[in-house]
Each structure stands twice: as C-alpha cells, then as structure tokens.
Design a binder for this molecule. Structure first.
Ligand SMILES: [Zn+2]
Ligand SMILES: [Zn+2]
Length: 139
C-alpha cells in the first residue's frame, strides 16, 4: 500500500465545495462552523436559514458531503496509479541489482536473462497502465 504522501501527489481530482453564496431570501450566506464541520448560514436576521455545503469531485462529478475528503470513485484509481509508479521504480532497482549480480558472476546468464525479461515486462505493463490512467483522468 503506497503511503499517504505518495497518494496525495498522485491525486488528480479535487473535491470542490459548492458554496451557494446567497440565500433564497436574497440575503448573503456566511460560513458557519457547526459541530466540527461547516455549513452556510443566512445573515438576514429574519431568516437565519442554514444550508449544507456539498462537495463535487471535479473528475467524476459525484456529490459528497462537506466532510468527505476523498472520492470513493476516483481514489481506488489514484491508489492503482501510485502502485504502478512504485512498481516501476522497484523493477528498475531490482534490474540494476540483477545486472550487478550477473557481472559479479553470482547468477547465470540464463537466470539473468529471465529476471531481466520479467522485470522489463512488468515495467512496461505498469508504464502502459500509468499512461492509460493519466490519459483517461487528466487534462
Ligand atoms: Zn435567508
Ligand atoms: Zn471522483
């Protein structure tokens, strides 16, 4: 499982709060802290109506509550993307190790060829996956 910082870097979507700004009575809505969360409240003394603030994912357009920080639709894709990138980095490290081991005579040529092929296949598979995800969800 990738760490939180890596996931944050790869999170291609944003959970945008949907501010109404104005009440049905015409009064201005102000930010209102409520039970550890936030809503909007009409400042008009005769009204004082409160409105929940929702969030919309800017990538899949699903609607969430204000306190929802992650999109249940897009987050699994972010995890997949991050894992693929990590797999590519790991494959590269293992490849270098295998090359050193082969040069040092610790593994046979057959072994080295097999390891190298597997790692390159894995790397390519991940690269294609990353490209596919980025092509589908960004820009
Ligand atoms: Zn109002
Ligand atoms: Zn989404």
């Amino acid at each position: 499982m990738p760490d939180l910082e890596e996931l944050k870097e790869n999170r291609f979507y944003k959970m945008k709060p949907q501010w109404k700004g104005r009440c049905s009575c015409g009064g201005l809505l102000w930010l209102n802290m409520k039970a550890g969360s936030v809503n909007e409240k009409c400042k008009h003394v005769d009204c004082m109506k409160e409105f929940d603030v929702s969030r919309i994912c800017d990538t899949c357009n699903n609607t969430y509550e204000f306190d929802d920080a992650l999109c249940t639709e897009c987050e699994p894709i972010v995890i997949e993307l991050t894992q693929c990138k990590n797999n590519m980095i790991n494959a590269d490290k293992v490849l270098k190790k295998a090359n050193r081991a082969f040069k040092a005579g610790d593994i046979s040529e057959t072994e080295w060829k097999k390891v190298t092929k597997d790692l390159k296949d894995e790397s390519l598979r991940c690269e294609l996956k990353v490209e596919e995800i980025l092509g589908r969800y960004t820009n």
